[in-house]
Design a protein around this ligand. Sequence first.
Ligand code: SF4
Ligand code: SF4
Length: 372
Amino acid sequence: MIGKNDIIEKAYECGFGDIGFTTADPFDSQRELLEERQKEYAFANQMGLDLIAGTDPKQILPDAKTIIVLMEIYFNEAFPSFMEKHFGRCYLDDDRMTKDGLAKRIKAFRSFLIENGIQSKVPFNLPHRLAAARSGLGTFGKNCLFYSNKVVCQGSWVLPIVFVVNQEFSPDEPTLRVGCPDWCKNSCISACPTGALKGPRKIDPARCISYLSYYGQGITPMELREPMGMWVYGCDHCQNVCPRNAPWLARELPVNKKVAAMLDDFKLVKLLHMDKAHFNNKVFPHMFYMSDQDLWRWKMNVARAMGNSRDEKFIPDLLTAFHNVNDEKVLGMIAWAMGRIGGPKARKALNDLLPGRDGLVREEILLALEKS
Ligand code: SF4
Ligand code: SF4
């Protein structure tokens, strides 16, 4: 029978940054919160994630005795700055589809457990940040993120991975608290461009750029287009402004070669014109919250980012896309982007596009002309 130390040793051997243990007791406070805010978290159910069931480890593994939490660092290497400006860092080297990195290490850890007679489940619906804090691995930020006690200079660039197991191990001392210094006057809350952070540890997911970029319905509301800025998929703004992350952001890190090699496939112009083949071969293996049925949302986000760049160099590509795309949400956003870029070239293009247009697209062109 293996002990806690053997498991800790294996976790480090598998490349994880930290490890903690907690009981398999239910997460009652989280259950209450989810029940109160069912509407806001309805999107998780639509994705097949039963978050309420995830608050009881015994619904995941009936003879659950312990939760083991492994700390994965997703920002150990530097990403090209272009990628960091448009895509959330946690999605850049995400191998949940390609299964060539983290997935292999999780498998190796689980195989070690099973070889030693321990059954495990790795659920996605268990409140992983709460489990990590209950295991003593870190504290909460007022921005709703989790900050490590040990790795990435105690920053938030970590992903806790939970293993519900059927063997009892002594739990670690919980660190269930907010770890923000008193002198930080809630920089994250005031910096959130869309007002998604309603207060300390209170987020409205439906206003968060991350959520909007992959699940937003319809054309992005006018009042959110400028605040969503240059983000195409995800958002790291409340982590970038956080003083708790400053020490890690100041580090010189080795370049992530895998992500550097993706750069060309993720250029804004490529994404604006991409077909299903490009999406499925180059984009989806890394960023998979939308299927090829949702190319419109990718293109709408890219057009909005191009508009917010205020760079005239994008006008010819926006025009080409206008003639090649059918979705009115994308066409409307292209018109908005031209209006946001403004200037005589954009105005001429908008005037040329107007004849024969009706409905939402016509409305957006007219509004864009007023702005340009
Ligand atoms: S990820 Fe972006 S939009 Fe979401 S809460 Fe943080 S700053 Fe606001
Ligand atoms: S910005 Fe300030 S309040 Fe927000 S998470 Fe960081 S330290 Fe906490």
